[in-house]
Design a protein around this ligand. Sequence first.
Ligand code: PMP
Length: 453
Amino acid sequence: MEYAKNILETIGNTPLVKLNKLTAELPCLVLAKYETFNPGNSVKDRMALQMVVDAEDAGVLKPGGTIIEGTSGNTGMGLALAAVIKGYKMICVISDKQSKEKVDILKAMGSEVYVCPTDVSPEDPRSYYSTARRLAQEIPNSWYVNQYDNPSNTKAHYISTGPEIWEQTKGKVTHFVVGVGTGGTISGVGSFLKEQNSNVKVWGIDTYGSVFKKYHETGIFDENEIYPYITEGIGEDILPKNVNFDVIDGFTKVTDKDAAIYTQRLAKEEGMFLGNSAGAAVKGLLQLKEHFSKDDVVVVLFHDHGSRYVGKMFNDDWMRNRGFLEDKVTKALDLAKSHEDLPLVTVKTEELVMHAIERMKNNNISQIPVEDVNGFVGSVDEAILFRAIMEDGEITSRPIKEVMQKPFPIVDRNTSIDEVAKLINRDNQAVLVGLDDEKYQIITKYDIISALH
Ligand code: PMP
């Protein structure tokens, strides 16, 4: 009989799968190291088990102990697997930008989960780095894993992922491309492959909002590069010890939008239901096109599974709300799409200026059509109200008809975007588009900008 003695023995030995459609424009063979075949559905099972085993050997993780880690979910899952089998308690500290699915999965594996704010500096006591450290000090017989600086993270990839790729490609691999977070994957695989063949090139995928690319190119840790971003699992606002910049030949940055779109495309065009960093990796690979030639064998590593992103990159409403869906925007009606379910906010000619101000404030809008029983007869916007109030503070108790300007132009739903754009200028802040049932929607500059970006 052939069987694994427990689930941990099934970690590793994942397949290498050829990419076909998405990489058709590249001259080379592109192979995906498909890490979702691990039992926790991510590459992180490998390093999680290695960190636990090494901590046991070093005597820092003792029987009955508690494992504590700040994790975006995948390392937590790997650690939880090891904790279940080896009999430890597991606490995961996670940032609030991560998918709800990741939190639910960790709880399903028996972990306790603390959710911390993303938009605070790593030194802030509320950050997930600080919270994990604090818990480790407070809880007796606990061990803080620290995947960022723990050398067993890189080691796991040096002794398993790297050799697997080398053997599976029969030593023909010429490039390794992978998203970088803690750096364990790129540093471990990268140094193993370079030791076998120093000509192998290693490329990291970074995000906008992360420090890696600039630091690699200039040696400058630029805090201006740090801002919140949506892509999950890659990019950092710190320099983890596991990122070995010496084995990395270069970084390319991928936008949140491209990473999300390519995550969807991997599922629809390659049948590969994968996480967000896989989308970033494929787009990054395409950005590196000029570095590849005909005989190259490029290995790209896909970290985790699509099931963790069903409420995000695989949810069209979520994608549309962020402007990530490549909906065809050609007509006036398309421009009103993002708010078509909301009723048009208007003000009547006899209502007071203060009512219009109140309504604009409550609805977070900057312009408003004015109507009477016959239809639209005027409009007001922020600039008009600002001028009127500066001239006469009492105006707020006067009817809106005393300050209103000419009505917004009305266009047919099929009017082209160019025509709509021409109608919006300094004197005219918006356009109304006629819908069914004699209803109307408003189109502003902001709608045009967000539809076209
Ligand atoms: N993708 C995902 C989904 C991840 O969870 C991680 C780990 N943060 C990475 C990529 C980056 O891998 P590494 O930490 O080994 O650099």
